[in-house]
Design a protein around this ligand. Structure first.
Ligand SMILES: Nc1nc2c(c(=O)[nH]1)N[C@H]1C(S)=C(S)[C@@H](COP(=O)(O)O)O[C@H]1N2
Ligand SMILES: [Mo]
Length: 366
């Protein structure tokens, strides 16, 4: 399968805020994102690391190898015919979501300046990874399942594929799909056509697009995007002092919440105001509570959770009295009683991952 690359940046919806064109990276304005519980395909954030590969569906082959009893090579038709179809409504979020707030502490040079727009919720259709792994027969010694994409990425003068792995137990979960459809339509080229992995509850980087290979193995992936990038370093580490092996391997998302409307800097009249946002829990946890403050975090009120699903974000809403000088703040708890840290300083890291500090929005209240 030789990838053919094409710049598809011109095809993206003009409402997306494009953070980078090559590779294509962009997300929607927050009020638009918060309008529909299921994000439309044209507003779903895009995070690529290299050129978009155009895969010929007739030539497509998915290889399943490694610590399996029966290695498999499946065409698109075989993948669809051999395994039952399932669908899961699930939220994907980039580990870099909310990175731009971290610049208030210190810059994160060379990283995509995501607002809170690196997230989307879609109904994914396809087959269960667990069913495909069962057909191949995963050996007992396989503790991790690794994925490789068709796309080629260049970093530090070297060109290699994008990849990552998840633990075996997660890979066998019914919620993990090899998806070929997104909200009822075939995956578009930028979102991974013809097949991508969807790993609900984990950082978006594990939901490998343009999937070419599945490899059962003893250890986690040694792909650059798991062994070096997408690792969490202490706030004291910088690009100059980094020892990559010290980074924590990212996996499940932390509990997070974001205010979407009103948007930061919006002019709003003093008095009653409806505040809306999203919250997301990681792993198999759910959002248990969202609180919002209209006075910078001194007093809090509990927001109403208006819409949610097992593997999706939770939409929340609250009506608050706004006075001049209002700073709105949001924080959430998950079902394991984890909550968000107050200060950006405690979560800052030089790669800018997993910012889940209290979300603050300053308004112009008149
Ligand atoms: N093959 C491949 N898969 C990939 C990526 C990539 O660059 N190449 N980016 C990852 C990252 S970091 C994220 S956040 C999600 C984004 O998926 P989306 O662009 O469909 O929103 O895809 C992941 N899968
Ligand atoms: Mo990401």
């Amino acid at each position: 399968m030789r990838p053919v690359h094409s710049p598809l940046s011109a095809d993206v919806d003009p409402r997306l805020r494009v953070h980078s064109t090559e590779p294509l990276v962009g997300g929607p304005p927050l009020p638009l994102l918060r309008r529909h519980f299921v994000t439309s395909n044209d507003l779903f954030y895009v995070r690529n690391h290299g050129p978009v590969p155009l895969v010929d569906p007739a030539a497509y082959q998915l290889e399943i190898s490694g610590l399996v009893h029966t290695p498999l090579r499946l065409s698109l038709a075989e993948l669809r015919d051999r395994f039952p179809r399932h669908s899961v409504t699930a939220t994907l979020m980039c580990a870099g979501n909310r990175r731009n707030e971290l610049a208030q502490v210190a810059p994160t040079p060379g990283e995509v300046p995501w607002g809170a727009d690196g997230i989307g919720n879609a109904e994914w259709g396809g087959v269960r990874l667990g069913d495909v792994l069962a057909a191949a027969g995963v050996g007992d010694d396989a503790r991790h399942v690794a994925f490789g994409g068709v796309d080629q990425v260049t970093r530090h003068g070297e060109t290699f594929g994008f990849g990552g792995s998840i633990p075996r137990d997660k890979a066998l979960g019914a919620e993990v799909l090899l998806a070929d459809s997104m909200n009822g339509a075939p995956l578009s080229p930028v979102h991974g056509y013809p097949v991508r992995v969807v790993v609900p509850g984990y950082l978006g980087a594990r939901s490998v697009k343009w999937l070419a290979r599945i490899h059962a193995q003893r250890d986690p992936s040694d792909n650059y995007f798991q062994s070096k990038a997408y690792r969490l370093f202490s706030p004291s580490v910088t690009a100059d002092t980094v020892r990559w092996e010290d980074g924590l391997m990212l996996g499940e998302n932390p509990i997070n919440s974001v205010i979407c409307t009103p948007e930061a800097g919006a002019s709003v009249p003093a008095g009653r105001c409806v505040v809306q946002g999203y919250a997301l829990a990681g792993g198999d946890r759910r959002v248990a509570r969202v609180e919002v403050s209209a006075d910078g975090g001194r007093t809090w009120s509990r927001a109403k959770l208006t819409e949610g699903e097992r593997w999706s974000w939770e939409f929340w809403e609250i009506e608050l009295d706004l006075a001049p000088g209002t700073e709105l703040v949001a924080r959430a708890w998950d079902t394991a009683s984890n909550t968000q840290p107050e200060r950006l300083e405690t979560v800052w890291n030089f790669k800018g991952y997993m910012n889940n500090a209290w979300h603050r929005v300053r308004l112009d209240v008149r």
